[in-house]
Design a protein around this ligand. Sequence first.
Ligand code: AMP
Length: 268
Amino acid sequence: MKVIQSIAQLKSELSKLPRILVPTMGALHSGHGELIRVARTIANTSGEVIVSVFVNPLQFGANEDFSKYPRTYEQDIKTAQEYGADVIWFPSAEELLSDELIRLISPEFGNTLEGKFRPGHFDGVLTIVNRLFELVQPTHAIFGVKDLQQLILVREMTIEKWPNLAIVPVETIRDESGLALSSRNKYLSSTELVLAAEINKALNRAALNPDPETSFKKLLFSVGIQEAAIDYAIRLKMPNHCEDLGKERLVVAVRIGTTRLLDNIALN
Ligand code: AMP
């Protein structure tokens, strides 16, 4: 596996098709590993798998955790290699955010759910994802269903701007307690980890209830998570371009201490 940084190195490395891109912000865990594994399966032996690691400042708000976001570069190299990447690319902010950067504005859906709590977040996500697509010219890009709203918006942008690029979803990978793996789980104390595990348990039970939104809130309340800590718990109809993810999903964001955790589950 090659470890590269500059765009010039990237251009000289890329040669094979299909070319599968796995965009990440690093602090790689086995959820990212699953994305890389799926990418490897699509690429097979003739194609190539590129993992990008970039903590994107454009998607963090002023009071968010950009500077303390975990950076574990040595470990990321090992993980990417272990799961079968050909190239791990750590682009520099100077090169990615140069004058050539085309700033994208998210459609209105990006101002709801996460976007309501993180204004401008999806403008930042789409701008950088589009920039990565320009530079890598992938045939496929892999995204996790855990960040459902991101997946929906990236697919919409891709249909418009990159019609030959397939966005491949990967279901959420969880730890033994059911908690969705996330780089931000590193912020949780042992007591908070126990509470965080209740999110997935409640999602599974709420999904069987005719009113999953209320049921989810009640179930969390019964284990000591107040409604005020739930930023949203919303039944979301999947748009036409995401019908492979089910008809409807229950999408939630819950604050455990100071850490916001996202999760979702298919309904019916
Ligand atoms: P991040 O590094 O958090 O920006 O995530 C990079 C990619 O990995 C995104 O497409 C995420 O949706 C995906 N991802 C993060 N956590 C998981 C998980 N637990 N299972 C599957 N995919 C994940």
